[in-house]
Design a protein around this ligand. Structure first.
Ligand code: PMP
Length: 381
């Protein structure tokens, strides 16, 4: 089997697995314990926090470890909305966010908050001016993802942040950086981002570990209360092995980003060029685009049918995002971009990783051609 679903999750690096296994085996102390096992675990986490802060160019005290980006996004959005006992206010986000942002905003609407969902342009990007125009006097937070997990469209985060901050310095800017980090450059400090979510398993780290960057001075209502770990932001015994594994994966991702970008762009170019030439397939053209995602539609064909045909030929791909792919509704992201139902029902996402080669692309292209040939008789048009 060839795995082309890196935007859903990635295989952990062997070094990550080794480091984690050693920690679980030998350093299982509770970081809050006062004895030496506890101190050892606490030291490991402190060191990981320092290294991670260095990679992100921020202070160690600004890193909050979480169980993944779903939790980080919930913490950023609900934590900002509900802080200081507030029960109402306005949030600006977009129609193309991951469910962990989108559904969190919808839930806040049930509590009485108001949310503006900005529509993307046809090229898959959100206009910074549209974000600015949606801000109101009672806006608390703007939340926009860096790279869309379905289409790969890169959002104008630097421009959005600068624009928001220059007109409304007290409005917080949250960025879901999950699909961006390690694939495209980001600079939290320089761009002025207030809150930034990451997940380890999208970067060849472990599942169940993530972080939220919280700029110094920002108060959030903690979602998890208890023992007061993570400066009171996030109670619960820290996952030392996951944290160390995530830190290793982040370091590799940061060190290899330029090299990865070149490699993935080369593979992406080849694949996109081939898809443009396969009759029946329509490449989803987004711009600017991250290098690891290629998206196309096959109007008239259900995405699941295409997915299973590709699987029979040894290629694992995705319909919509992994978190939405079991729902039989057309993609919210594609619909928001203005696609009709026929297109939005037939989207396939191919996502690439550093281990892929040009030979893998040729294999996948062969499978795509074979799929189209065998499904042609089923086309609804
Ligand atoms: N945001 C984006 C853009 C994602 O792609 C994902 C993973 N599908 C998440 C958030 C959620 O991350 P996690 O699996 O760590 O909860």
């Amino acid at each position: 089997m060839k795995y082309f679903d890196y935007a859903a999750t990635t295989p952990p690096y062997a070094e990550v697995v080794r480091a984690m296994s050693e920690i679980m085996d030998q350093h299982y102390g509770n970081p809050s314990s006062l004895h030496r096992y506890g101190e050892e675990a606490e030291r490991l986490i402190r060191r990981a926090r320092e290294v991670t802060a260095g990679i992100l160019g921020v202070q160690p005290s600004e890193i909050i470890w979480t169980s993944g980006a779903t939790e980080s996004n919930n913490m950023a959005i609900k934590g900002a909305a509900l802080r200081k006992g507030r029960t109402q206010g306005h949030i600006v986000t977009t129609m193309i966010e991951h469910p962990s942002v989108y559904e969190t905003c919808r839930q806040l609407e049930l509590f009485g908050f108001e949310v503006s969902y900005v529509r993307p342009l046809r090229d898959g990007t959100i206009s910074p001016e549209d974000i600015l125009a949606a801000i109101r006097p009672d806006t608390i937070l703007v939340s926009v993802m860096h790279v869309n997990n379905e289409t790969g469209a890169i959002q104008w985060i630097e421009q959005i942040t600068r624009l928001v901050k220059s007109s409304y310095p007290r409005v917080l800017v949250h960025v879901d950086g999950v699909q961006g980090f390690g694939r495209v450059p980001v600079s939290l400090r320089e761009w002025g981002i207030d809150l930034y979510s990451l997940s380890a398993h999208k970067l060849r780290g472990p599942k169940g570990t993530g972080l939220l960057y919280v700029k110094q001075g920002i108060e959030l209502l903690p979602l998890l209360t208890g023992g007061g770990q993570e400066q009171g932001y996030r109670s619960g015994t820290e996952n030392a092995a996951g944290i160390a594994g995530m830190t290793k994966a982040l370091r590799f991702a940061a060190e290899r980003q330029e090299e990865q970008y070149k490699h993935l762009s080369m593979l992406q170019d080849r694949l996109q060029q081939a898809i443009r030439n396969i009759p029946g397939l329509v490449l989803t053209e987004v711009s600017p685009a991250a290098p690891h995602i290629v998206h196309f539609t096959y109007p008239g064909m259900k995405a699941e049918v295409v997915l299973h045909s590709l699987e029979q030929q040894g290629c694992l791909v995705s319909t919509q995002s992994a978190c939405s792919s079991r729902k039989s509704v057309p993609s919210r992201v594609l619909t928001a971009m203005g696609m009709d139902r026929e297109h939005a029902d037939s989207g396939i996402r191919i996502s690439l990783g550093d281990e892929h080669t040009l030979e893998d692309m040729e294999y996948l292209i062969g499978a795509l051609e074979q799929t189209v040939q065998s499904l042609r008789s089923l086309e609804r048009r």
